[in-house]
Design a protein around this ligand. Structure first.
Ligand code: SF4
Ligand code: SF4
Ligand code: FES
Length: 512
């Protein structure tokens, strides 16, 4: 280990650590643009210049490794003066677009200029102007704002391994270009929008939807596939407007794919199941929660054969309670896993848009659900199916359905005898188990519509009404019951999972 002093604080880090990363360990932020922990070091922006005692010149903190006994000054007058000069150069051509720029409020140029820049401009000449350009996919390029840090170029070259971007021209005419005939169509290309430290690369989908300071944010898990990328769900006035990656070195580093980013749209569906309903013989009629739960419990208890058809996008908590209900009445537990093409991110080990397009396929398997292609096959008169937020193509004649769902599909409406409205993933707390067996928490991001209740609470009440156990009405408590009952989850708790998750031990055949 190497011991040095940064801003008067003793730092002990591994040999080879950069001064910038070493400073982070003691809470000292060295301003930077081109450096990003998931990209190779380029050292092109010079914003991270710091003073190292006995060095003849200022050193770029991102490209200088620690040395035994070094004494580093990040905020000395000499270092701040140099960075002030760097900022002045960057602002020569950067327009003061902040009032209309999508990045305002989360722009590192704004932040560092406020913290360290000049208060006035000495530049009188007209600024450089280049028109905006559609980069393909979801990305638009505003060259006037580009500070040529090359993060986007390095991401596409080294991480996506799809080198479509380059630095074209030189000096003050330089801009980011696309190679002839190429577009940003990689399934992971939108990460350049998050990586861009200024408002030069923007998401077309998010453009002009909200200012950064209007957003509420909740830590969540992407529901697009079984990878389980950690994300932030961002809402404005109760509407999800953006999903962005949240760093987790064990799952997705700093990245998220296009499918995951666009997966928020269904969270804002307007055609929700909003109130409990019970069939009165003519059709579904509004009911109180108590009446609907009582009716559902009595129908399940009196049915001949019961099937539980669950969505593999349901949280562990809901699937556990469905398993309890199923075990109590001797039901079979099934699911159907939607699939699509797999798309790895080549520069990151074990990160891919997975073929299984559901976040909790593994959790469902651990809890006893079997993947079947035709869940309704072989069912008929006097059979009852509990459809828990799963899509169903058609229902055989005579089969009665209890819906525990966010929507009531037209294919189910005729066969449904009780419908219980529940929250979607943005509206409740819970956990998913990803394909490697990592159990990860997601937090509520917005309010549910009308009378919809958390899935674990509805299913807990239903299980209690059936005499299948007692479940306290909090997600953490249901998870504690799960961890006590299912050996794979033994020892886990919400507190222990934190916001980065923990691993369950998968059976050998599940990991191959
Ligand atoms: S577009 Fe953004 S990420 Fe790319 S070089 Fe310019 S400032 Fe850097
Ligand atoms: S890889 Fe899967 S989990 Fe990750 S962002 Fe894409 S869809 Fe979501
Ligand atoms: S962050 Fe060090 S030179 Fe750009």
């Amino acid at each position: 280990m190497v011991t040095l002093t940064i801003e008067g604080r003793e730092v002990i880090v591994a040999p080879g650590t950069s001064l910038l990363e070493a400073a982070k360990t003691v809470g000292v932020l060295v301003p930077h643009y081109c450096y990003h922990p998931s990209l190779p070091v380029a050292g092109v922006c010079r914003m991270c210049l710091v003073e190292v005692e006995k060095f003849p010149k200022l050193a770029p903190a991102c490209a200088t490794t620690v040395g035994e006994g070094q004494v580093v000054h990040v905020h000395s007058e000499k270092a701040r003066e140099a960075r002030k000069g760097v900022l002045e150069f960057l602002l020569i051509n950067h327009p003061l677009d902040c009032p209309i720029c999508d990045q305002a409020g989360e722009c590192e140029l704004q932040d560092y200029t406020f913290a360290e820049g000049r208060k006035d401009s000495r530049y009188m000449e007209p600024k450089r102007f280049n028109p905006m350009e559609d980069f393909g996919g979801d990305v638009v390029y505003v060259p006037n704002r580009c500070i040529l840090c090359t993060r986007c170029v390095r991401f596409m070259d080294v991480v996506a391994q799809d080198p479509v971007l380059c630095v074209a021209e030189r000096g003050d005419r330089a801009y980011i270009g696309k190679f002839e005939g190429q577009d940003l169509t990689s399934p992971w290309a939108s990460n350049v929008v998050d990586l861009c430290p200024v408002g030069a690369l923007l998401s077309k989908d998010f453009l002009n939807k909200a200012r950064a300071w209007e957003l509420d944010r909740a830590a969540s898990i992407c529901t697009g596939c079984s990878q389980g990328c950690n994300v932030m769900v961002e809402t404005r006035d109760g509407v999800v407007v953006r999903i962005r990656p949240r760093p987790n070195a064990a799952v997705n580093q700093h990245f998220a794919c296009e499918v995951g980013r666009m997966h928020y749209r269904w969270m804002n569906r307007r055609d929700r199941l909003e109130v409990p309903m019970v069939s009165d013989g003519q059709g579904l009629a509004l009911a109180t929660w108590d009446a609907a739960l009582t009716a559902a419990a009595s129908e399940i208890a009196s049915a001949g054969r019961v099937t539980v058809l669950a969505s593999p996008a349901l949280p562990n908590e809901a699937l556990f309670l469905l398993q309890r209900i199923g075990a109590h009445v001797g039901a079979s537990l099934v699911m159907t896993v939607p699939r699509g093409p797999e798309a790895p991110l080549p520069g990151v080990t074990d990160l891919a848009l997975r073929a299984e397009r559901a976040p909790n396929h593994t959790g469902a398997e651990l809890l006893g659900f079997t993947d079947v292609s035709s869940p309704m096959a072989g069912l008929g008169a006097n059979d009852l199916v509990i459809v828990a937020d799963a899509a169903v193509a058609s229902v055989p004649a005579g089969v009665r359905v209890i819906v525990v769902g966010t929507v009531l599909d037209a294919t189910l409406a005729g066969a449904t005898i009780v419908a219980l409205p529940v929250c979607n993933v943005a509206e409740e707390d819970g956990t998913f188990t990803n394909l490697r067996g990592r159990v990860q928490r997601f937090l509520q991001a917005k309010a549910p519509p009308v009378q919809a209740r958390p899935t674990y609470r509805v299913l807990g009440a239903l299980a209690e009404a059936l005499g299948a156990g007692a479940y306290p009405p909090l997600a953490a408590d249901v998870f504690a019951s799960l961890a006590a009952a299912v050996p794979a989850f033994a020892g886990l708790s919400y507190r222990g999972l934190g916001l980065q998750g923990a691993d369950v031990t998968l059976p050998a055949e599940a990991t191959t």
